[in-house]
Write a new protein. Structure first.
Length: 211
């Protein structure tokens, strides 16, 4: 059968559509794919910071190293806060899927509180190090430490601002398709920060304390 005849036959048009003419991907898929590309580029940047930290780990210039400076108990609490916030963010994703406004707001509020607790512990750690004369200008090791951990903290701060924006948008406009896509990007961002922090905890604090 010729293509012209097939195009005039509704049955064959349906067969052609099923074979390989499904149309473009949905906006949700395209948005998620594009945001993953951004996250991968962000992880490349963090990889450079990790590499610099590994190289400069022993460059203390006669000053204190990680074993003298790091309090692993505080870092463990910090890590628990971020891991639990990622779990709460997952609960918010489920609430968004079922269009539950109440549970979405509750889960996002818990995510926000845990994120703020994480930042408070990190800020206290930085302030304590500076007060003890172990600021970023003290040695190359501390410069690499403050850059890597501070960059992650900056991302968490930006994520909390984004989180509050999403809460306000859902409260004012509901679960519209465009808001759902923005929340998808936020959830990917927040979970990626969780993954990066696990690497920070393992490489920076555990390796630094053992050095």
């Amino acid at each position: 059968m010729s293509l012209a005849v097939a195009q005039d036959d509704p049955h064959h048009l349906g067969v052609l559509a099923k074979v390989g003419h499904e149309g473009p991907a949905s906006k949700r898929i395209v948005t998620g794919y594009g945001f993953w590309i951004f996250l991968l580029s962000d992880m490349v940047m963090f990889s450079c910071f990790f590499a610099a930290y590994a190289v400069l780990l022993g460059q203390t210039a006669g000053g204190p190293g990680g074993a003298e400076l790091f309090n692993l108990n505080n870092v463990a609490v910090e890590t628990a806060c971020l891991l639990l916030s990622s779990f709460a963010c997952g609960m918010a994703s489920i609430a968004a899927e079922v269009r539950s406004h109440l549970w979405f707001q509750v889960a996002m509020a818990v995510t926000c509180v845990l994120g703020l607790a994480f930042l408070a512990i990190e800020f206290h750690e930085f302030a304590d190090l500076v007060a003890r004369g172990a600021g970023p200008s003290r040695s190359a090791f501390l410069s690499a430490f403050f850059t890597l951990v501070g960059c992650h903290g900056g991302h968490v701060s930006a994520g909390i601002l984004w989180l509050l924006t999403m809460m306000a948008q859902v409260y004012a406009k509901g679960f519209r398709a465009d808001i759902q896509r923005r929340f998808l990007c936020f959830a990917l961002f927040w979970h990626a920060l969780d993954i990066i922090w696990v690497a920070v905890f393992s490489v920076v604090y555990l390796l630094g304390s053992a050095a």
